[in-house]
Design a protein around this ligand. Structure first.
Ligand code: ADP
Ligand code: MG
Length: 255
């Protein structure tokens, strides 16, 4: 195929993510952990804008505050100052019930250690967010539909045949894929991933990253992944670096 001319390049529309509206905005976030008189300043004015449909990696050394930041973005914790906005609405100051609803319905999260419930099967783990969302009576009424969606999600992550297996009967890579299926149960707009391959060997880690890439590409899932590993970060569309409590632009494409 002939290489594009300058005129071709200039006439091409911008990639969708460059013009897409921001889905998540973090503005001037500060966070210090305090224990008695001792304060550990972690975030010292972090800014980040994630547009709809982007896959952004936040890279930083161990202890740089990546998990702290992800917790603030996912409303698991609150900043000392600054704002987090999701779809244009401030979410860092929501009351606890509002934050629970947001995480249950709109923001999926996955963690290095999977956080599956050990006594539940893979399918039951995936269905748990729907059980929490609907409550017993309403859940029972929709049980068949919800169960079907859970089974489809497990099929989507390549584990349709493992629905009845408990976490202890699965490998790390399989457990992380169950956690991804669970995070998608409510069709979230945003997935926050905290070192999702941190406990996995290269092969299983690659599978998980491939799956995240496919969900991003095929289902327009917006992903923010934090990692200490540049090779893993390179799987994202854009990388930003967290260092000295602030976000630093990394590479020509970084915002
Ligand atoms: P990362 O995920 O990049 O490894 P973290 O966000 O977990 O970094 O931690 C950043 C810093 O904050 C570290 O120095 C850590 O020891 C400290 N820290 C994290 N959580 C707490 C806490 N609950 N109380 C006190 N210090 C904490
Ligand atoms: Mg961490």
């Amino acid at each position: 195929m002939a290489s594009p001319t300058l005129a071709d390049l200039l006439s091409q529309p911008e990639p969708p993510s460059a013009s897409a509206p921001p889905l998540l905005v973090a503005e001037d976030l500060f966070k210090t952990y305090r224990k008695g008189p001792v304060g550990v300043p972690v975030l010292q004015g972090v800014n980040l804008t994630v547009r709809q449909g982007e896959f952004v990696a936040v890279i930083g050394q161990s202890g740089s505050g990546k998990s702290t930041l992800l917790h603030l973005l996912g409303t698991l914790d609150r900043p000392d100052s600054g704002e987090v906005r999701f779809e244009g609405n401030r979410i860092d100051n929501l009351p606890a019930a509002g934050r629970d609803i947001l995480r249950n319905r709109h923001i999926g999260m996955i963690f290095q250690a999977y956080h599956l419930m050990p006594e539940l099967s893979a399918l039951e783990n995936v269905l748990a967010p729907a059980m929490i969302r609907f409550g017993v009576m309403s859940y029972l009424k929709r049980r068949r539909q919800i169960r079907r969606r859970g089974e489809e999600l497990l099929e989507r992550v390549g584990l349709g045949h493992r629905c009845r297996h408990k976490p202890r009967e699965m490998s790390g890579g399989e457990m992380q894929r169950v956690a991804i299926a669970r995070s998608l149960m409510s069709c979230p707009r945003l997935l926050l991933a905290d070192e999702p391959t941190g406990n996995l060997d290269r092969e299983n880690g690659d599978e998980v990253l491939k799956l995240l890439g496919e969900l991003h590409r095929d289902e327009q899932l917006t992903v923010v992944m934090v990692t200490h590993d540049p090779q893993i970060a390179a799987r994202a569309d854009r990388t930003v670096t967290l260092a000295s409590g602030k976000m630093q632009a990394a590479g020509a494409q970084a915002a």
